[in-house]
Design a protein around this ligand. Structure first.
Ligand SMILES: [Zn+2]
Length: 235
C-alpha cells in the first residue's frame, strides 16, 4: 500500500486488480483507499482521484457526520483528527516533552494526559493545540490580507466561539473559533477575508460580497465548501 496525495486529498493506493474502473472507498477509519485496474500508472490513478474529489469530499463529510454522531471518541491509537484539512492519526506516546505534538504525520499525545485526566483532558489538550497553532496562523493570514483589504484590526483572539467561525467587533477586534484550524488553508483564508471585509460593511449585502470578491475572486467556491462541510470540522 502506498500513500499518495492529490491536491488536498491523501489516499492509499492499493495494488491493481483485474478490473476496468478505479474503485474508491472511504474505509471505516476514514482512510481513502483506491484500487485501480492493473495496468494503471500512479499518475493515472492520481488523475482519477482528482476527477472524483467532489464525490470524495461529500463522502468524507458524511463519514465524519456519522462518526461524530454515533461513535464516542475513544482516544486510542489510530483515531483520526483533522488539522488544516488533513486527517492525522492519534498515537499515544510515553516520555514526550510536551502533551501533544504533530510528528511524522501523527498527533502524538502523551499517554499521561489520558491516564491522569481522561477524555476531558485529552479534549482540552487538543483544543489548546488548535488554539495555539490557530493564533500563529490566523495572525499571519490577517497580516497578509488586512493591507489588501485596507483595514487595520486592533486585536485577534482564538477561542471556542460557539456556532460562529469568526466575528469582528466594531472596535476592530477579531475572534476566530479554534475549529477553523481543522479546515483546509484555503478555507481558513476565506474566513479571514470574510471577516476583514466586515470592517467595511457589517452586513452581507451585495457591496460586502463585492469587497470579498476583490480580495478573493474564487470566494464563492470556498464559501460553498464551508457551508457543505463546515459541520464535519469537529471532534
Ligand atoms: Zn459575515
Amino acid at each position: 500500500m502506498i500513500s499518495r496525495r492529490v491536491r488536498d486529498i491523501d489516499y492509499q493506493l492499493l495494488p491493481g486488480a483485474d478490473r476496468k474502473t478505479t474503485d474508491i472507498v472511504i474505509e471505516r477509519n476514514g482512510i481513502i483507499a483506491v484500487r485501480p485496474p492493473k495496468h494503471f500508472t500512479a499518475e493515472q490513478v492520481d488523475a482519477v482521484v482528482d476527477s472524483k474529489r467532489l464525490w470524495i469530499y461529500k463522502n468524507l463529510a458524511e463519514w465524519r457526520d456519522l462518526n461524530a454522531a454515533h461513535v464516542v471518541r475513544e482516544w486510542v491509537n489510530g483515531e483520526t483528527f483533522l488539522y488544516l484539512g488533513r486527517n492525522y492519526r492519534l498515537k499515544l506516546v510515553s516520555n514526550q516533552d510536551t502533551q501533544l505534538k504533530l510528528k511524522n504525520g501523527y498527533f502524538c499525545l502523551s499517554r499521561d494526559v489520558i491516564d491522569l485526566g481522561g477524555e476531558q483532558a485529552a479534549k482540552a489538550t487538543l483544543e489548546a493545540f488548535y488554539t495555539e497553532k490557530g493564533l500563529q496562523r490566523l495572525l499571519e493570514r490577517v497580516n497578509y490580507f488586512a493591507p489588501k483589504a485596507g483595514v487595520v484590526p486592533v486585536a485577534i483572539k482564538v477561542k471556542d466561539h460557539g456556532f460562529k467561525w469568526a466575528s469582528c467587533s466594531k472596535a476592530g477586534k477579531l475572534a476566530f473559533h479554534w475549529k477553523c484550524m481543522m479546515a483546509p488553508p484555503k478555507i481558513i483564508d476565506y474566513i479571514v477575508a470574510h471577516e476583514l471585509c466586515h470592517f467595511h460593511y457589517r452586513d452581507h449585502s451585495v457591496a460586502f460580497w463585492n469587497e470579498v470578491d476583490k480580495l478573493m475572486p474564487d470566494y464563492a467556491e470556498r464559501k460553498a465548501w464551508l457551508r457543505d462541510y463546515g459541520a464535519s470540522l469537529d471532534f
